[in-house]
Design a protein around this ligand. Structure first.
Ligand SMILES: [Ca+2]
Length: 121
C-alpha cells in the first residue's frame, strides 16, 4: 500500500497479537526510482470497490497487467487501487480498464505521476 500517497509502495505489517510495523518507502523522493500512475476504480451496483476489475497498460511498447483483488493472502489486504510502475517512461500510452460486469474503459495517454479516479460506465 501507499500510506503517504507519494506513488511508491510502502508496507504495513500487523502481527497477530503483536505490534504494527510500518515500512515507508522514501526511494522515490531521492529521484532514484521511476514514476508511477495510481488508479482508483469506482464500480457500479453492489461492487463499488470494483473488486475483480483489471487493467492493461501499454507502456513504451510493453503491456502491463494489474488486477484489483480483495486480499493478498492470509489477513492481508491490497491497495484498493491499481499501482502502475512506469520505470523511466513518462507516460502510459493506453490504459484499458476491464470491469467485472464485462464493460471496458479506455483512455490515454496518461502522464507519469497521475492519480486517476475511473468510474464504471
Ligand atoms: Ca509511499
Amino acid at each position: 500500500m501507499d500510506i503517504d500517497d507519494d506513488g511508491d509502495l510502502d508496507i504495513v505489517q500487523v502481527r497477530r497479537g503483536g505490534s504494527i510495523h510500518v515500512y515507508r518507502n522514501d526511494f522515490a523522493s531521492t529521484g532514484s526510482s521511476g514514476s508511477s500512475v495510481l488508479v482508483r476504480l469506482v464500480g457500479k451496483g453492489g461492487n463499488t470497490s470494483a473488486a475483480g476489475a483489471w487493467a492493461t497498460a501499454q507502456i513504451a511498447g510493453k503491456t502491463m497487467v494489474r488486477h484489483l483483488v480483495a486480499n493478498t493472502g492470509y489477513g492481508g489486504s491490497g491497495l484498493w487501487r491499481l499501482h502502475l510502475g512506469l520505470g523511466k517512461s513518462s507516460q502510459i500510452d493506453q490504459l484499458v480498464v476491464h470491469w467485472p460486469s464485462g464493460k471496458t474503459s479506455s483512455f490515454g495517454p496518461v502522464a507519469a505521476g497521475s492519480k486517476l479516479v475511473v468510474t464504471e460506465p
